[in-house]
Design a protein around this ligand. Structure first.
Ligand SMILES: Cc1ncc(COP(=O)(O)O)c(C=O)c1O
Length: 414
């Protein structure tokens, strides 16, 4: 399949990570994905911790959802007009997960949602500058594909070819969790900043977390300087907890995605009525999308989130699964973890800041990854990218996983 696919698809895939570039193996073309299991088109079976990159929190093909979806499809796929599940899902999200916001707009991806959130901040403030943080990922947005250069707030470095210096001239990437640089930057440029966008947990950077002090400093500085604080919760929403991570800090805008759609593509910009109504059709900030609020994505999102809400202690259960892994894997393998995600890596000590990333032993990770795959386990194919635990990872699956991890470690150590 790979040979055939790469004739028409770049590298045989539609997203680079699916080509396993670090591990240097062929892409896996999945035939079936049920619960925690995958079967590929060569009939190889795996237990997977990719979980749709976090999108399927119940595990794939959850029977109740599949049955309801089949019924729903009898009523059609897409008319192009509005549907009641847009409202029902919006109500559920605002009332039960983001009560510190009031309205939302559904879009199709985290990239689109962050783009619109930043446009909204620029529309309201009339300013241009955007602050992001090194190691943060906010999607495939030209002017956010930037890391800081060596000179202070100076030369920003595009992290992709095709991103022109002109496009990124209003973006600044600052070191994550660095209070001094943050304060210095705000005292020099605070009144030029439209928005600061931050992941409370950097999900593509070893799950490094923002310190509570860093987040409260961000809230304070953005408020005092009249600029927006945007929490990018695309990867963490409905994964770490039902209620958003901003409940104490109360960002001006929250961006959500992934688990929100139960595996279907959807994301949202969530904020106050005052800000959201700057968008068309009430206000004059342009945003539109053929598939925005798609009836199947909103239907499945509503069913999945309603089901999660009805399961007592759902997030405690997810957390206990991650805790089990953390407690039982051999200490030679390091683990960074949150309530619903974990990263495995090799290093002589735990890494808690981007400054220490260079102590990571990538070659050992590649050996470990390949050996574990031979044992029928698929992990996220890069140590910085998390694995996602879902409801279908039963105690038995987790025991098998830990046993295989420890066995593989003892073999590759020899
Ligand atoms: C924190 C964060 N923001 C934004 C995005 C982009 O989302 P999408 O791939 O749906 O465009 C991602 C994707 O992994 C993400 O992890």
């Amino acid at each position: 399949m790979f040979e055939k696919a790469r004739k028409y698809l770049v590298g045989g895939v539609n997203a680079p990570i699916r080509a396993f570039p670090l591990i240097d193996i062929k892409p896996i073309y999945v035939k079936k994905s049920i619960g925690p299991y995958l079967t590929d088109i060569d009939n190889r079976n795996f237990i997977s911790f990719i979980s749709g990159w976090g999108a399927v929190i119940l595990g794939d093909s959850y029977p109740d959802i599949i049955n309801e979806l089949k019924d729903r499809l009898n009523d059609g796929i897409y008319s192009g007009l509005s549907n009641e599940y847009e409202y029902l899902l919006a109500e559920l999200i605002i009332e039960h997960a983001y009560p510190y916001h009031q309205m939302l707009r559904f879009v199709n991806s985290g990239t689109e949602a962050n783009t619109i959130a930043l446009r909204l901040a620029r529309a309201i403030t009339g300013r241009s500058k955007i602050v992001k943080f090194d190691g943060g990922y906010h999607g495939s947005i030209d002017y956010l594909l930037v890391e800081s250069g060596s000179s202070e707030f100076g030369s920003q470095i595009p992290s992709s070819s095709g991103v022109s210096k002109r496009l990124i001239k209003d973006t600044v990437s600052l070191p994550y969790n660095d209070l001094d640089v943050l304060e210095e930057f705000f005292s020099a440029f605070g009144k030029e900043i439209a928005a600061v966008i931050v992941e409370p947990i950097q999900t593509s950077n070893l799950l490094i977390k923002a310190t509570p002090l860093f987040l409260s400093k961000l809230r304070d500085l953005t408020k005092r300087n009249g600029c927006f604080l945007i929490f990018d919760e695309v990867s963490t929403c409905f994964r770490e907890s039902f209620v958003g991570l901003g409940k104490d800090i109360k960002p001006d805008i929250t961006v959500i995605g992934k688990a929100l759609g139960g595996g279907f593509p959807i994301a949202a910009i969530v904020s106050s009525k005052e800000y959201m109504e700057v968008m068309a059709p009430v206000g004059n900030m342009s945003h539109s999308g053929v598939f925005a609020g798609h009836p199947i994505s909103t239907f499945v999102g509503y069913k999945v989130l309603s089901l999660i809400k009805s399961i007592p202690n759902f997030y405690d259960m997810i957390k206990s699964k991650v805790d089990f892994i953390a407690k039982n894997i051999d200490s030679e393998l390091k683990i960074n973890y949150t309530n619903g995600m974990f990263c495995l890596y090799f290093a002589h000590k735990k890494i808690e800041s981007s400054d220490d990333l260079d102590i990571m032993d990538i070659m050992s990770f590649i050996d470990f990854y390949k050996a574990l795959m031979d044992e029928g386990i698929i992990l996220s194919p890069h140590p910085l990218e998390p694995n996602y635990v879902n409801y279908s990872h039963s105690d038995n699956i987790l025991e098998i996983f830990v046993e295989k991890v420890n066995r593989v470690l003892s073999v590759i150590r020899r």
